[in-house]
Design a protein around this ligand. Structure first.
Ligand code: GLP
Length: 240
């Protein structure tokens, strides 16, 4: 694992954007993307480079990690909306080149197989952007998820629903289930770019670096991958 510790979130976002931009020099790059607060600065920086430096996404394909089950794609808190509002609508990527699981599909197991097939056909991503949950989840792979899992339906941990309740009116409105790329799907990516910001992530980063490989801590699967870049700001690094 290569590790960069930055002085703040802004610097973390620049560093992540530098890495992603390198892949965009290849005209047919495939980017694995994530939601959550952590990658928002990266998206802002990439948008700024599109607007000011001629960075183009015209030939890029994107594959997102996950989506809530039961939310319409236009729901304010769906990950479709998150990606559109925070990234896709601000750059020149054609919408048919962006991929996110469909949380309203029926049956869901067919949607999971379709998505995994898509990862294999379009991807795997050249680089997968990842955040980390306070409990070590990656995508929505909660503690206990099998490292051999591909795209699947998962019941969200109550701690995850509480952590994500800040985006909803109340915790009851946070969906109970999601579709997520599995740990095995994530590890297919050629490179993993793990981002961690803030003191809330400090314990998870310490656990990742000290705790060994264990399905109880999903992010520890990344220790099995040969090309992981961790960018942590000083706060996220504070317990190491
Ligand atoms: C959600 C997402 C994850 C993300 C995590 C942490 O549960 N499914 O992909 O990494 O939250 O989010 P944040 O970056 O807001 O702390």
């Amino acid at each position: 694992m290569r590790i960069f510790v930055t002085k703040n979130y802004q610097e973390l976002s620049y560093k992540a954007a530098d890495i992603v931009e390198d892949y965009l020099k290849n005209s047919s790059a495939v980017l694995g993307l994530a939601t959550g607060s952590t990658p928002m600065g990266l998206y802002r920086e990439l948008i700024s480079r599109y607007e000011n430096n001629g960075l183009s996404f015209q030939n890029v394909q994107t594959i997102n990690l996950d989506e809530y089950i039961g939310l319409d794609r236009n729901h304010l808190q769906s990950y479709h909306t998150f990606m559109r509002e925070n990234f896709f609508s601000h750059i020149d990527i054609p919408s048919h080149q962006t991929h996110i699981p469909n949380g309203l599909a029926e049956p869901l197991d067919v949607e999971c197989s379709r998505y995994e097939k898509l990862i294999n056909e379009i991807g795997p991503p050249d680089v997968q952007v990842l955040g980390i949950g306070e409990n070590g989840h990656i995508g929505f792979n909660e503690p206990g998820s099998k490292f051999s899992s591909e795209t699947h339906v998962i019941q969200l941990a109550s701690s995850t629903r509480k952590a994500n309740a800040r985006f909803f009116d109340s915790v009851d409105q946070v969906p109970t289930h999601a579709i997520t790329m599995g740990i095995k799907s994530i590890l297919k990516s050629r490179q993993i770019l793990l981002l961690a910001s803030g003191t809330k992530k400090a314990a998870a980063i310490k656990r990742l670096l000290d705790g060994g490989i264990d399905e109880k801590f999903p992010a520890s699967a990344l220790l099995q991958h040969s090309d992981v870049v961790l960018i942590a700001d000083r706060e996220a690094w504070s317990e190491v």
